[in-house]
Design a binder for this molecule. Structure first.
Ligand SMILES: O=c1ccn([C@H]2C[C@H](O)[C@@H](CO)O2)c(=O)[nH]1
Ligand SMILES: [Zn+2]
Length: 130
C-alpha cells in the first residue's frame, strides 16, 4: 500500500481544527476504513494539561464510538521538519484496535512521508485478549 494524496490532505485538514492554545502544535489524524470512509481527528488541549487528547486518539475514539472498527490505514500530520512520531499512549491505543500490520503514514510539514505500521510503532505490545 502507498500513501495517497487525498488522505495526506485529509490529515492536514484535520490538523486545521486542532484546539492548541497551550502548545501551538496542531496535529491531524485520518483513518481510512475498509468501506472507504475517512475519519478525522485533531488534538484537543485543556487548561489542565494532562487532560489533552492527541489527534490519533480523537480519531480512533470517534470511529469506535460510531461502530467503525475495520481500519485500513492511518495518516498523521504534524508541523514537524521530519515526519511526526506518535506518543506512547496513542501507540498503545492503536495496538488495541488496529491490525498489527496496518500501514501508518507519518507526515511532516513539507509532506515528507514515513511509512510504518502499528507493530512498527509498538513492537511486542501489551494485549490482554487473545
Ligand atoms: O503524535 C502526536 C504528538 C503530539 N500530539 C499533541 C499533543 C499535544 O496537544 C501537542 C504537543 O505535544 O501535540 C498529537 O496530537 N499527536
Ligand atoms: Zn498521542
Amino acid at each position: 500500500m502507498t500513501a495517497t494524496k487525498e488522505m495526506i490532505v485529509a490529515a492536514r485538514e484535520a490538523a486545521s481544527l486542532a484546539y492548541v492554545p497551550y502548545s501551538h502544535f496542531p496535529v491531524g489524524a485520518a483513518f481510512l476504513t475498509a468501506d472507504g470512509q475517512v475519519i478525522k481527528g485533531c488534538n484537543i488541549e485543556n487548561a489542565s494539561f494532562g487532560l489533552s487528547n492527541c489527534a490519533e486518539r480523537t480519531a480512533i475514539f470517534k470511529a469506535i464510538s460510531e461502530g467503525v472498527k475495520d481500519f485500513d490505514a492511518l495518516y498523521v500530520f504534524g508541523e514537524t521538519e521530519e515526519p511526526i512520531s506518535p506518543c506512547g499512549a496513542c501507540r498503545q491505543v492503536l495496538a488495541e484496535f488496529c491490525p498489527a500490520d496496518m500501514p501508518v503514514y507519518l507526515i511532516s510539514k513539507d509532506d515528507k512521508v514515513k511509512e510504518t505500521s502499528v507493530e512498527g510503532l509498538l513492537p511486542y505490545s501489551f494485549k490482554s485478549l487473545d
